[in-house]
Ligand binder design. Structure first.
Ligand code: NAP
Length: 286
């Protein structure tokens, strides 16, 4: 059981974890921290956290589990603020969507406390943000990837694993680079495509007409273009190498598809669509 959980960044991801652990009776006290007191007051009123402090160093005092749930661009500063204030038995983990940058930030900022840091990433979310969008079931039957470092104390990894399993998730470990490549393909690329597709349509002169006739397919494909632009800016920049690699690959496949349409090559179009449908149907329930 966690004695005192400190969530830094009580939004969709941090708020949902707090709710899940409270619902499971796995935590005695939850302290929140972020920049704006009104957001934290809202989290108290919703019963997500017990109390808060906008000063992260004060918020982590006495906490045995600290989960950093701020945007990627704010990770290093957060680690720097909390490093001198961590309790001797504290475990620190994060939820950032791209791991190499977070690990670089942790190495630079946590110093001698690096061994208590367990990089993590829940593969769960919605296009909404803020504590009002959080819900206890978000992690149920979802995957969480941990990317422990050579320096990470295995006991810290085990404590973070148990915490996520208590929230309903299945935990897997992998190395940082593999995580960033897999997520570039399965999450970062689809978000970039959705954002760009809606932007392309929105810049057409007959935008109103186009969106009026947008059907289910458009809605299915573009739901995630409603996600937080700042968060996705940070993710693309933090995982630039892997995202660019996937974009290049996709661009070359799109060029090939355009070539097939231009050439009236129905067999090639059907081959690609059949292959995609089979893969989608095979993996749909995972
Ligand atoms: P969110 O709902 O916008 O929550 C972000 C929280 O961080 C807010 O409580 C915000 O509160 C706080 N915050 C922002 N800047 C801060 C700073 N400089 N210092 C301290 N607190 C700060 O975002 P989210 O969706 O929960 O995402 C949070 C993290 O989870 C990101 O690192 C993201 O990569 C990762 N993640 C997201 C998803 C997803 O689908 N959404 C999935 C997996 C992982 P204030 O405005 O009061 O500061």
């Amino acid at each position: 059981m966690i004695r005192r959980l400190c969530i830094i960044g009580v939004g969709l991801i941090g708020g949902s974890l707090a709710r899940a652990l409270r619902q499971a009776g796995y935590v005695r006290e939850i302290v929140g921290s972020s920049r704006r007191a009104e957001h934290l007051q809202e989290a108290v009123e919703l019963g997500v956290i017990d109390r808060f402090d906008t000063d992260a160093a004060r918020a982590v005092q006495g906490a045995d589990m600290i989960v950093v749930c701020v945007p990627l661009g704010a990770m290093e500063q957060t680690f720097r603020s909390i490093a001198p204030a961590l309790a001797s038995d504290a475990v620190v983990t994060d939820v950032g969507s791209a791991k190499a940058r977070v690990v670089t930030a942790a190495r630079a900022a946590l110093g001698a406390r690096l061994s208590c840091f367990v990089p993590g990433h829940p593969i769960a979310g919605t296009e909404k943000s803020g504590v009002t969008a959080s819900f206890a079931e978000l992690y149920r039957n979802r995957k969480v990837i941990l990317t422990p470092l050579d320096e990470t104390d295995p006991t810290a990894t085990a404590r973070v694993q148990t915490m996520w399993e208590t929230a309903g998730a299945q935990v897997q470990c992998m190395d940082v680079e593999h995580h960033d490549e897999v997520l570039a393909a399965t999450s970062h690329l689809p978000h970039v495509l959705a954002f760009q597709m809606v932007d392309t349509l929105a810049r057409m002169s007959d935008e109103d007409e186009i969106f009026r006739y947008a059907a289910g397919g458009f809605r299915d494909f573009t739901r995630i273009a409603s996600s937080d632009p700042v968060m996705w800016r940070d993710i693309c920049l933090a995982n630039d190498r892997a995202v660019l690699k996937m974009l290049e690959r996709y661009r070359s496949d799109l060029d090939r598809l355009a070539g097939a349409i231009r050439a009236g090559d129905g067999a090639e179009l059907e081959r690609v669509f059949r292959n995609a449908k089979a893969a989608r149907d095979r993996h749909n329930d995972r």
